[in-house]
Design a binder for this molecule. Structure first.
Ligand code: SF4
Ligand code: SF4
Length: 214
């Protein structure tokens, strides 16, 4: 028994475990589902809904520049939430070479198995490493944006950006190769300096500028 006093099938007295009473009104009691005649008309609720829609007709529209095409309007800067993980990019080192050393750590860490790397010996004038990625591809349609590749990389060569615009009209376009990833690194390396993470994540806010620039 769930509660109260009683005897089980073996005749032992049950311990008194008081079940808290269900608060009145927590569930609709049978027979308590009848609507009033005003509710049955539905009209008041419909009018309320229409009124709400109508007031929005006169609100000025404001679209956040989520894809970064309106950089001249700081009011519309898209400010992603801290920790947002968008599409990847590859970084370059000071010499302008791809930073990746083709260690395969990111591919090994990737739970979606969407990173494909082919390593090759570096040209003779690259003194800082033995290998670099001849081929580096990420299939973003398989990626789950977990960020494990970024975590696993020992040389900080790969990172996830904060871009929101991930639209493509062909599946092949979402397989990013080394050149594309490096190019995005150059693009985003500039745009990322403009990102100001806000703990409250309210988009459209113009971040306060610190004295002396960003
Ligand atoms: S974010 Fe996760 S799923 Fe996507 S490539 Fe990196 S490790 Fe793989
Ligand atoms: S991106 Fe980093 S973890 Fe991945 S292969 Fe290159 S160096 Fe290794």
């Amino acid at each position: 028994m769930a509660g109260g006093h009683g005897h089980d099938s073996h005749g032992h007295a049950e311990t008194a475990t008081a079940t808290p009473p269900i608060p009145e009104g927590a569930f609709l009691a049978p027979g308590n589902t009848e609507m009033t005649w005003v509710e049955k008309l539905y009209l008041p609720e419909i009018m309320k809904g229409l009124g709400n829609t109508f007031t929005h007709l006169f609100h000025k529209t404001f679209t956040v520049d989520y894809d970064g095409t309106q950089r001249d309007d700081p009011r519309k800067f898209h400010i992603p939430r801290e920790g947002y993980r968008g599409e990847h990019y590859l970084k370059k080192d000071e010499a302008g070479h791809v930073k990746c050393v083709a260690c395969f750590m990111c591919a090994a860490a990737c739970p979606a198995e969407c990173i494909h790397i082919e390593a090759e010996a570096v040209p003779a004038d690259w003194q800082d490493r033995e290998r670099y990625p001849k081929r580096f591809e990420i299939d973003l349609l398989r990626c789950i944006y977990c960020g494990m590749c970024e975590e696993a990389c020992p040389v900080d060569a790969i990172a996830l950006s904060t871009t929101y615009n991930v639209v493509a009209d062909q599946r092949e376009a979402k397989v990013y190769n080394r050149e594309k990833l490096l190019h995005r690194g150059e693009e985003l390396g500039i745009s990322l300096t403009k990102h100001h993470y806000r703990p409250d994540g309210i988009p459209g806010h113009v971040p306060e500028k610190k004295a002396g620039g960003h």
